[in-house]
Write a protein that binds this ligand. Structure first.
Ligand SMILES: C[S@@+](CC[C@H](N)C(=O)[O-])C[C@H]1O[C@@H](n2cnc3c(N)ncnc32)[C@H](O)[C@@H]1O
Length: 214
């Protein structure tokens, strides 16, 4: 299987920090205050995994999933030499092959859903929601829906489109408008508990949405 992240993968976190003045990093750990030692926590499309490593440092039982060999290697380099109360479980596979319904206290979905065309994004979000326990949580961190007056929305759309175009060219990600993740979470029956926004260049650019299952 071709590794779509073989070229851009090693630089992914560096580029994200540069492009967002580290707001993406902040967004990815926005809901980490929820994590308690021993909780079962999943990170879908973990990438370099700074968020997953922080969760393991908080004592969670962390599972990470990623399809890319490049990203998994980078993740392994970052965890090497670290020790955690509970070892991180790594699954190198397509998230749709993770068949563990109702297993997780929290499912983290950071900057993952924006990779996919809309129909597949909705299918994957539904699958990830199914992996959380009853009353469990799903956290989606991603680009926030453009808001404000027409000019501000235009700038926010251009800002997203720059990233979208780069990742379409370099990793074959889908080209699409900013998705309404909170709206899709509600349609799946998740109750939106909190949303934390992260600003860059005068506007909210990113948000972390905490949804709870019934
Ligand atoms: C845009 S990156 C985000 C990485 C990380 N979550 C972050 O916030 O830095 C998307 C990640 O999802 C992984 N990925 C893409 N499709 C996947 C799939 N079907 N199953 C599992 N991982 C996938 C990619 O390899 C990549 O590491």
């Amino acid at each position: 299987m071709t590794d779509k992240y073989s070229i851009i993968g090693p630089l992914y976190d560096f580029l994200a920090s540069l492009y967002s003045a580290r707001q993406i990093d902040q967004c990815k750990t926005a809901m980490h205050g929820m994590i308690k030692p021993g909780m079962k926590v999943l990170f879908a499309g973990v990438g370099h995994g700074i968020d997953a490593i922080k969760a393991a440092e908080l004592g969670a039982e962390v599972t990470v999933v990623d399809l890319s060999d490049t990203m998994m290697k980078k993740f392994n380099r970052l965890v090497s030499g670290k020790s955690f109360a509970r070892q991180i479980r790594q699954v190198h596979d397509d998230i749709l092959n993770v068949d563990e319904a109702g297993r997780y206290d929290i499912v983290f979905v950071n900057f993952f859903l924006n990779v996919f065309p809309e129909e597949l994004m909705i299918r994957i979000l539904a699958h990830l929601t199914g992996l959380a326990k009853r009353k469990g949580f799903v956290v989606v961190g991603d680009f926030s829906l453009p808001a404000g007056n027409r000019f501000r929305r235009f700038i926010q759309i251009i800002y997203w489109r720059i990233a979208d175009l780069l990742f379409w060219l370099m990793a074959g990600n889908a080209l699409h408008p900013v998705y309404d993740y909170a709206g899709e979470m509600k349609k799946l029956g998740l109750k939106i508990k909190t949303i934390k926004y992260y600003r860059f260049l005068f506007d909210d650019r990113y948000y972390s949405i905490l949804g709870q299952k019934k």
